[in-house]
Design a protein around this ligand. Structure first.
Ligand code: SLL
Length: 160
């Protein structure tokens, strides 16, 4: 494979989670009784840009309390939606198209389902704040750097 010396290319991505509390009346018959939230973990381009010309697959590794905790997503949107009750770290492995000749990239993201605001006064347990179903986002911007990309991969990156 021919690599282009002295060149590095980068592509921006955003990865993270969004979660909402599901009110009991919306939980439905198949909603696990001990679950309280629905959440999505995702990897995407910025400004809605497609990333599937260079990302072939994303593997999400959930907490061991989940059945089939390894979730492979081979087409966009690269995301998994689940329900649950707790927060944990999700391992996200990004696989690139074969032309890239790159090893997968492993990212870690902590799923947040409850808002935490350091400015918030300490809760009075006798008087808890009302529960809301506002989305709780936790996401970050990153740039994937490809050092000395292959000629074929550089071509793919350039034409998209
Ligand atoms: C915690 N350390 O105690 C974490 C563990 C596990 C979250 C969180 C349900 C999985 C299922 C679920 O939300 N697991 O029963 O399908 O907060």
């Amino acid at each position: 494979i021919k690599r282009v010396k002295g060149i590095s290319a980068f592509r921006p991505i955003v990865y993270g989670t969004v979660a909402r509390r599901v009110p009991p009346e919306e939980r439905g018959p198949n909603f696990p009784p001990d679950h309280t939230h629905r959440w999505t973990v995702f990897v995407k381009g910025i400004h809605g840009r497609d990333i599937s010309h260079f990302v072939k697959k994303v593997q999400f590794k959930l907490h061991e309390t989940y059945a089939n905790r390894i979730r492979n997503v081979e087409a966009p949107p690269f995301q998994v939606t689940e329900t649950g009750w707790g927060e944990f770290e999700i391992q996200i492995k990004v696989y690139f198209v074969p032309e890239a000749g790159e090893k997968p990239l492993t990212l870690f993201h902590f799923l947040k389902i409850r808002p935490y605001n350091p400015e918030m006064p300490i809760e009075d347990p006798a008087n808890p704040p009302p529960e809301t179903s506002e989305p709780v986002y936790s996401q970050q911007y990153d740039e994937i750097i490809f050092n000395e990309p292959t000629e074929a991969f550089l071509e793919i990156l350039k034409t998209k």
